[in-house]
Ligand binder design. Structure first.
Ligand code: TYD
Length: 131
């Protein structure tokens, strides 16, 4: 349903650094980057799947939970490490919640923003993955 990608931490006694190189550290060409912060602990974002889009999701600060659903089962992944990315392929329903106050989530995406790629209705998602 998902993979975790471990990034190599560079840096020294003064602090940490993670370099991410397109097409080397990420399994697709990055076309878009966005980030999410300032989300309430109890807010639940997402509630969608993508028909084509692939993403790597990195909690560059703080932590949060990703609830993932492939149409057959549900799993919660706790994201907390700035050197670990959650790699999601298409057709995975996701909801994300339990954001720590300092949480900043950076998303690397394989496509430009396209509302037509979203499945925002859970019953429609179930229909599409059953095909
Ligand atoms: P949405 O994907 O619904 O956010 P979330 O799943 O995190 O709750 O996007 C929120 C709004 O931002 C929506 O109006 C679409 C817009 N948006 C863009 O314009 N470009 C983007 O790359 C993304 C991800 C969202």
């Amino acid at each position: 349903m998902y993979q975790l990608i471990n990034f190599t931490v560079r840096g020294d006694y003064q602090g940490n650094l993670v370099p991410i190189e397109a097409e080397k550290d990420i399994p697709f060409k990055i076309k878009r980057v966005y980030y999410i912060w300032g989300t309430d602990y109890n807010a639940v974002r997402g509630h969608h799947a993508h028909r084509k889009l692939e993403q790597v999701i990195i909690p560059i600060a703080g932590n949060c939970d990703f609830i993932l659903d492939d149409g057959k089962k549900r799993e919660t992944v706790h994201l907390y490490s700035p050197n670990q990315g959650l790699y999601l392929k298409h057709n995975i329903w996701r909801e994300f919640t339990h954001f720590s106050k300092d949480c900043v989530v950076m998303v690397l995406a394989s496509e430009h923003y396209d509302e037509g790629d979203y499945i925002r209705d859970y019953e429609q998602f179930k229909k599409e993955v059953a095909k």
